[in-house]
Write a protein that binds this ligand. Sequence first.
Ligand code: ADP
Ligand code: SF4
Length: 675
Amino acid sequence: MSLSSRYQVLFEPVKIGPVTAPNRFYQVPHCTGMGHALPHTLAAMRAMKAEGGWGVVCTEYCSLHPSSDDQPHPFASLWDEGDVRNLAAMTSQVHEHGSLAGVELWHGGSYVANLASRVPTIGVRSMPSPGEPVQSQRMDRRDIREFRRWHVAAARRARQAEFDIVYVYPTHGYLLSEFLSRSLNDRTDEYGGSLENRVRLIREVLEETREAVGDECAVAIRFSADGHGEDHLSAEEAHDAVGLLAELPDLWDFVVGDYYGEEMATSRFVAEGSLEERVANIRRLTRKPVVSVGRFTSPDTMVRQVRAGVLDLVGAARPSIADPFLPRKIREGRLDEIRECIGCNICYAHNYRGAAVRCTQNPTMGEEWRNGWHPERVAPGDGGSVLVVGAGPAGLEAAHILGKRGYTVALADAAQEAGGRVTLESALPGLSEWRRVRDYRLTQIRTLPSVSLYLGSRLSAAEVREFGADHVFIATGASWRRDGVGRWHVRPIGELAHEAVLTPDDIMRGARPGGRVTLFDDDHFYLGPVIALLLASIGAQVTYVTTAGSAGEWSHYTGEQDATQRQLLERGIDIHTLRTVQGFDGREVETACIYSGKTWRHAAATLVLVTSREPQDQLYRELVGEDASAQDLDVQRIGDCRQPALIAHAVYAGHRAARELSIDFPTPRRDRVVL
Ligand code: ADP
Ligand code: SF4
């Protein structure tokens, strides 16, 4: 297949100052949870994007000096020669594929706490770090001079590491954006007061960076197209600031001021391409090329924004994680094969937890070096047959990969529709893009003649044996518990009027309680709040009770917690945090403070329990028998029926089992410094 003329424009080279991007696909800086800690892993992951056709591949935020250390989040760094060598591994591999490598030089200012380096933090004035009981030291003139010197030294090291694009980064609340802020910057010298003064340091750093990197490297700037809120930098001031700096950088990388709420919001809250208008407005102020993001997965949206002159380069972080080969697939006319990002932010959450990035849609993300996994290639199998029971994300991914490896696969599901939990959950408010997990795999499976899908087929152990496949994968999922057992209750809740208790499974299969409903969320992620919203939207009077300190607390890591809580409050849902449910008699729910044990009672006709899940592994257990070793059958369980977890875990489990079937895989490599 070949490139449709419609998409030709995406493959035009773009000049960025002294360097030329081979096409318009630009992987903007995005965090990875790898950074300085996992250099081989990082280099191989970035190189995979270049192989997949991204014309520019950037690092994540890359600390320019030990006074900017974001531990426990693994940031990249360019502090010394060792960092130069590590990052040179990335640039050389990116260059092998003809792509450019960019580095986002970063200083966190008052935002960081320097937990590792223990160097005092610096800021435009002394203020608390958002996450630690630490305040920064106000920068005096000498500190500003020092900072400029560090930036220059890091830019030189970036060149040593052979980066082609070096960023100046005055946004996202970090040091240079502190200077831009009308409220935080209370300086009375030439760096404070008027906008021109507040922009001065950025201007100096841009000029000095250019001088430091020489004439074979471009200088980019990442800047908010709508400022940082009225208190800091209004949209109007942001425009004026761009006017002041317009032609200084070689490239403008536009973001927006609301990082969690918009720029990197999940698909629950923000749709593809939401920055368009603001970028279109601000880009008129410069003749330099512009890149921006928008969780772009549709080539038509990309083309439209390029043709409309909004973008010169199509920026992507998450779409490049979900599909490192997105550009090549467009180029080769393989649009059906694009693994579209679902906007769940599981990638970001793991960086936040200090772990290497992973992806719901792309199970090979982060495994390129450790396990040698390629997102588009798998080794052929031994030609046998496999029965996969359960067509949820685990079973679908397994069948897809087994089919690609040449196995004859029968994929059976009891339901009339494939997708398991993904099909059910994606019908809930805001989760419709999650269908892509199912649809991508079904589309792939349809192209594989050796894979047959049998819906409406609930299989018993006898039927599985009778089927006679060489290998059996059990992917039968998990069900939500009806007894309240979860994080808080290790035993079933004593008093429960069972006839008036519902689980998420009931709601997802159509139960719609009205009147007074209490939802007990001991799961702490998205499902409790999403179900509470659904019930409120059909008129139920919902009380949300959680043992956590906030609604959907774990969604703090996906960047959604604020928006989640706001949404519930706006819907009129009564929120009780740090409380457990002690009992429910069908008329009243008794709740208790998790610290003091103080109890309250409130009226409720229905109690929805979102506590924990029970693996549906009966079929597996019947097959393997008492001692869990079916002598006559090669059977394994994958996904939620083994370990109830995120959809990302289920996809990964299905992928791993399918990729490794009949192959003696080497032990995964460990990325670390060995003395
Ligand atoms: P996972 O996330 O591990 O993929 P899901 O719960 O999403 O798990 O999917 C499990 C699927 O298994 C569901 O679609 C369910 O209908 C199916 N299933 C469960 N038991 C059987 C069975 N005995 N035979 C066929 N399909 C089954
Ligand atoms: Fe997209 Fe989710 Fe993958 Fe992140 S984890 S790239 S948001 S699909």
